[in-house]
Ligand binder design. Structure first.
Ligand SMILES: Nc1ncnc2c1ncn2[C@@H]1O[C@H](COP(=O)(O)OP(=O)(O)OP(=O)(O)O)[C@@H](O)[C@H]1O
Length: 269
């Protein structure tokens, strides 16, 4: 098992009054090479769950339960162990790639920087590897684009660079929090397609977080539906879509545009 979240509870301390619990005992497993979709509306706890998995909860947070990554519990690791895990095992992709990119550095150099630091590559090897990564995420004319600045690229291309940076460290687990939300619909589909191809090609596990069930439905093998810190249901994505067992899931399905429902052959909600 790549990732096993067991009865996770997270609460936040408040200046006045008792702590507020925002995740109420979530359990979910992710196999190697599998894509897990986590879907739910704003405030359902998706981001808190992903932060907890990366060991990035703020100091005001208290977590109980277990988050086993390759059998080791993230919740009991020291900061030093966590740094190693984040450098080598977990890659992250964010909603707005511009925030993850350095605006004043050429994209190739940004990818190469991680390679030199974490994989101890020479300058020349790191550049060659950066080029290979840009080709892998299907940046057209990668040999020219490698010297572009982020602002010279489109949103979709920037997100591909974000994916390349995450992949550069050869993670076993990728966590993508709303990776396509800032992109328009056609570009969204392209970026999702690339993510899907890469995780199967490289045998990586992916946690894909989105408020949009249509996004999750495209590439997730299994889906966890969350609402206000609770699990509504989880299972094979197809199963969840065709035979939702919870009213809340039916609501999410019926909110999808008709053409999305038709293309996914979903239930009518
Ligand atoms: N640092 C924090 N301090 C206190 N409460 C927090 C903190 N971070 C999140 N919360 C609370 O935890 C709950 C879950 O938030 P979370 O951001 O995980 O939701 P989400 O499903 O990711 O929503 P969104 O799609 O809007 O990001 C919310 O009620 C939020 O107010």
């Amino acid at each position: 098992m790549m990732l096993s979240v067991q009865d996770l509870r997270v609460s936040f301390a408040r200046e006045y009054g008792d702590p507020v619990e925002v995740i109420h005992g979530i359990s979910v497993d992710l196999e190697k090479g599998e894509t897990l979709g986590i879907v739910g509306e704003s405030g359902s706890g998706k981001s808190v769950l992903s932060l907890a998995t990366m060991g990035l909860l703020p100091r005001t947070a208290r977590a109980s339960g277990k988050i086993l990554l390759d059998g080791e519990d993230i919740l009991t690791m020291s900061e030093r162990q966590l740094c190693r895990v984040r450098g080598r095992k977990i890659g992250m992709i964010f909603q707005e790639p511009m925030t993850a990119l350095n605006p004043s550095m050429r994209v190739g150099a940004q990818i190469a920087e991680g390679l030199r630091l974490n994989r101890a590559l020479s300058r020349r090897d790191a550049r060659a590897e950066a080029l290979r990564l840009l080709e892998m995420v299907q940046i057209p004319r990668a040999a020219e684009r490698i010297d572009s600045f982020p602002h010279e690229m489109s949103g979709g291309q920037r997100q591909r660079v974000g994916i390349a940076i995450a992949l550069a460290l050869e993670p076993e687990l990728l966590i993508a929090d709303e990776p396509t939300t800032a992109l328009d619909v056609t570009v969204q589909a392209e970026v999702l397609g690339i993510l899907d191809e890469l995780v199967s090609e490289l045998g990586i596990s992916l946690v894909l977080i989105s408020h949009d069930l249509g996004v999750i439905a495209r590439i997730a093998d299994r889906t966890l539906v969350m609402y206000r810190g609770d699990e509504m249901e989880q299972g094979e994505t197809e199963q969840v879509l065709r035979r939702p067992s919870h009213e809340y899931t039916r609501k999410l399905i019926s909110a999808l545009p008709g053409r999305v429902r038709a293309s996914l052959e979903m239930s009518d909600g």
